[in-house]
Design a protein around this ligand. Structure first.
Ligand SMILES: [Zn+2]
Length: 153
C-alpha cells in the first residue's frame, strides 16, 4: 500500500505522499534530506505520533491511530511506515527499480539483496527481452553484410 502510493506516476509533486517518497528516494540515492523535506517529514510523523495509542486489552503490543480518518489517517499510517523503515530496515535494501523509465522504489527482501526490479514479471522481463534484442541487433548487421558480400566475413 505504501509503495503503491509513492510509486504512483501521477503523484502530485507537493503532496504529503511526495514528501514520503522524497525521504525514501534520498535514502536510496544516499543523499542527505533537504531541509524542507526534513521539516515536512517531521510534521507528518509528529502528527501521526500524536494520534498513536497503544491498543488496549491485547496481549501483543499493537498500536492504533485514533481521531484520524480518511486521507489524514492514510498519510499518518504511511508516515509511520516510512519512519519504521528508516529505523528498522537495512537501508541498502531500499532500492530503485533498474527498469528503463521506471522510477519505482521498493524494499528488497531477498536473502542476498539481489532484487533489481520492482516487478520481475514486468520490468525484469522487459529488461531481459531488451538484452536479447540488443544482442541480435549487434549480430544482424554482420549477417547482412555477409549476405551482401558473399561469405567473406
Ligand atoms: Zn520497475
Amino acid at each position: 500500500m505504501l509503495f503503491e502510493a509513492i510509486n504512483d506516476e501521477e503523484l502530485a509533486p507537493n503532496s504529503d505522499i511526495a514528501v514520503l517518497r522524497e525521504v525514501l528516494q534520498s535514502v536510496q540515492g544516499r543523499r542527505n534530506f533537504d531541509t524542507r523535506t526534513m521539516k515536512r517529514f517531521g510534521e507528518l510523523t509528529g502528527k501521526a505520533h500524536q494520534h498513536r495509542r497503544l491498543k488496549p486489552s491485547t496481549v501483543e503490543i499493537e498500536f492504533e491511530l485514533v481521531g484520524l480518518s480518511g486521507s489524514a489517517r492514510r498519510i499518518s499510517e504511511f508516515a509511520l511506515q516510512v519512519e519504521e523503515i528508516l529505523v528498522t530496515v537495512d537501508l541498502a535494501r531500499v532500492k530503485k527499480c533498474e527498469g528503463e523509465d521506471c522510477e519505482a522504489l521498493f524494499i528488497d527482501e531477498s536473502k542476498n539483496k539481489s532484487r533489481r526490479w520492482c516487478d520481475m514479471a514486468h520490468c525484469g522481463m522487459l529488461r531481459k527481452s531488451k538484452v536479447y534484442y540488443d544482442k541480435h541487433r549487434r549480430v544482424n548487421p554482420v549477417a547482412d553484410s555477409k549476405s551482401k558480400l558473399g561469405a567473406r566475413i
